[in-house]
Design a protein. Structure first.
Length: 205
């Protein structure tokens, strides 16, 4: 966990809970419980062994507390990932919830690590946990890969055959992130067996 925690800072003195009005103590529940995963990239371990479920959260307040205590994607070491998935779904192709699914893929150029990576990742998490898609039930989770070549953010959905739902999700992602170019949706079963760096798109928006 220390790899993802921000350095300790001296906390400013805040009011104790007893001094706050009651409305400040109410936590706002999320529709789903979400898990935060971290991919460690330890070369002595298998891909699956490197995948660690760090914690879960199910309120708005617990999300922000977590968010402020962990490193931003741009602060992670290259080769590391974060994933935020609905509790019970592992961020891997093999999970039953992902087997028939795919991902909307946002590839970022190197210079976008400074300008866009952290902002895009936060926007995506807020879209997910706020259930801001018309077809939120189709959402499994999202992954950010920090890589020397291209950083990537993928939004994973459950069923590639649901064209309308997937297109709605893709359009919403583009609109929310302010992306002007095209983004593509790829089947996990194609990504799994790809032989070149490019996997063909099933949908583009
Ligand atoms: P990656 O971490 O998703 O992308 O996959 P990266 O590092 O940018 O590499 P590229 O291939 O997209 O250019 C890297 C490798 O991790 C894959 O080739 C697999 O070997 C392994 N891997 C990634 N995922 C998401 C899975 C998964 O869901 N299941 C399994 N078994 N291996 C995976």
């Amino acid at each position: 966990m220390s790899t993802v925690l921000k350095g300790t800072t001296t906390e400013s003195k805040t009011n104790t809970p007893a001094e706050l009005p009651p409305e400040f103590l109410i936590k706002h529940p999320l529709q789903n419980t979400w898990s935060l995963w971290f991919y460690d990239n330890d070369r002595t371990k298998t891909w699956e062994e490197n995948l660690l479920e760090l914690t879960t959260f199910d309120t708005v307040e617990d999300f922000w507390r977590l968010y402020h205590h962990i490193k931003l994607p741009s602060e992670l070491r290259q080769g590391h990932d974060y994933a935020v998935f609905k509790q019970g779904i592992r961020p891997m192709w093999e999970d039953d919830a992902n087997k028939m699914g795919g991902r909307w893929l946002i590839s970022l150029e190197k210079k976008q690590r400074n300008s866009d990576l952290d902002r895009f990742w936060l926007e995506i998490i807020l879209l997910l946990i706020g259930e801001n898609f018309e077809h939120s039930d189709e959402i499994c989770g999202a992954v950010v890969n920090v890589r020397p070549k291209l950083d990537k953010i993928g939004v994973w959905t459950a069923d590639t055959s649901k064209q309308q739902a997937n297109l709605e999700i893709g359009r919403k992602i583009k609109e929310q992130l302010g992306i002007h170019g095209k983004i593509g949706f790829q089947l996990h079963r194609d990504t799994m067996v790809k032989h070149s760096s490019a996997t063909k798109n099933l949908y583009t928006v």
